[in-house]
Design a protein around this ligand. Structure first.
Ligand code: LCV
Length: 258
C-alpha cells in the first residue's frame, strides 16, 4: 500500500500522507513524499498541497521514534530522511501549502513549518516534542522553527512539549489561516488558485530569494562546534536512551538530567 497518495488537478498537486500508523514519519514514508515532489516538479505544477487523509485525527505523529538511533549516533543528521524532505520542500520551485487537520507532533511540525503557507482546521494543534523524548533537536531544525515563529511561542512549545492550538499559532504568525474543518479543503484550493494565477517564474524566484535571505544567519565555526557539542551531550546521555525506551515501552520517561 502506498504511504502517500499523489494527485494532480490542473496545475495543483496534492500529496496526502497515508500511513496507517498515525502518519509517523518513517524513512519509507518520507522517501515517498520526496518521489511525489520530484514527479510534480517534472510536471511543472504550480502549487503543491501537503495534507493528511480527510478527517484525520492526527496529521502526523512526527518522526518514527522506532527509527531513532540509540547507539550513540546523532539521531538527526544532515542525511536523516526528515532533514532531506524539509530541504526538498524549501527548495521546491513552487509554493507548498501545508493543509492541517488533526494534531501535529514533533518533527511533523517542522515539516509543516517548512512549507510556504499553513492552512489549519480550527480544531488542529501542534506540539514540538524533543524535550518529551530527550532528543537533541538539530541546528537547522531549530533555525527553521525560528524563521517561522517568534522566540516566545517557540520557547513555550519546545520547553513544554505540549500541544498549542491552531488559533494561538495563527496569532503568533506561524499559521496563515484557521478555518472550520468543513471549509478546509475549499479554502485551501481557493488560496492555491490565487497563486496559480500569478507568474510561476516570479514565484519561483521569490521563494528562492526568501529561502536564501532567511537562511543568512552568521554563525562562527566556534558557535557551530559549541552547538554540536551540546547536542552530543544530549544524544550520548542516559536521558536520551530513557526517552526513546519509555516511548517504545508506552510509559512516562524518568529523566535525571544526565
Ligand atoms: C512511531 C508511533 C508514533 C511515532 N513513532 O494512537 O521532535 S522530536 O525531536 O521529538 C522528533 C524526534 C519526533 O518527531 O519524535 C516524535 C514525536 N511524536 C510524538 O511525541 C507523538 C507520539 N504519539 C502520540 O502522542 C500518539 O500516538 C498520538 C497522540 C499521535 C496518537 O494517539 P492515538 O491514541 O490516536 P496511539 O498512541 O495508540 O498510536 C498508534 C500507534 O502508532 C504508534 C503507537 O506506538 C501505536 O503503535 P501500536 O499500535 O503498535 O501500539 N506511534 C504513535 N506515534 N512518533 N510510532
Amino acid at each position: 500500500m502506498s504511504l502517500v497518495i499523489a494527485e494532480v488537478n490542473g496545475a495543483i498537486g496534492t500529496i496526502t500522507l497515508n500511513r496507517p500508523k498515525v502518519n509517523a514519519l518513517s524513512g519509507e514514508l518520507l522517501e515517498e513524499i520526496a518521489s511525489a515532489l520530484t514527479e510534480m516538479k517534472a510536471q511543472n505544477l504550480r502549487v503543491i498541497i501537503l495534507r493528511a487523509q480527510r478527517g484525520a485525527k492526527v496529521f502526523s505523529a512526527g518522526h518514527d521514534v522506532a527509527e531513532l538511533p540509540t547507539n550513540g549516533r546523532d539521531p538527526l543528521t544532515y542525511n536523516d530522511p526528515l532533514r532531506q524532505i524539509v530541504r526538498a520542500i524549501q527548495l521546491h520551485p513552487c509554493p507548498v501549502i501545508a493543509m492541517i487537520e488533526g494534531s501535529v507532533w514533533g518533527g511533523a511540525c517542522e515539516l509543516a513549518m517548512s512549507c510556504d503557507l499553513i492552512v489549519a482546521a480550527q480544531n488542529s494543534t501542534m506540539a514540538i516534542t524533543p524535550a518529551r523524548l530527550g532528543v537533541p533537536y538539530n541546528l537547522s531544525g531549530i533555525l527553521n522553527l525560528m524563521k517561522v515563529a517568534g522566540m516566545p511561542i517557540i520557547k513555550e512549545m519546545l520547553f513544554t512539549a505540549r500541544p498549542v492550538t491552531a488559533q494561538r499559532l495563527m496569532e503568533s504568525g506561524v499559521i496563515n489561516h484557521v478555518v472550520p474543518p468543513e471549509e478546509l479543503e475549499s479554502f485551501t484550493q481557493q488560496l492555491a488558485m490565487q497563486m496559480v494565477e500569478t507568474s510561476p517564474l516570479v514565484l519561483r524566484i521569490l521563494k528562492e530569494e526568501l529561502r536564501v535571505l532567511a537562511s543568512a544567519h552568521p554563525i562562527t565555526p566556534d558557535g557551530y562546534e559549541r552547538i554540536q557539542s551540546l547536542r552530543r551531550e544530549v544524544y550520548d546521555s542516559e536521558d536520551y536512551q530513557e526517552g526513546i525506551r519509555a516511548f517504545l515501552e508506552k510509559r512516562k520517561p524518568e529523566f535525571h538530567g544526565r
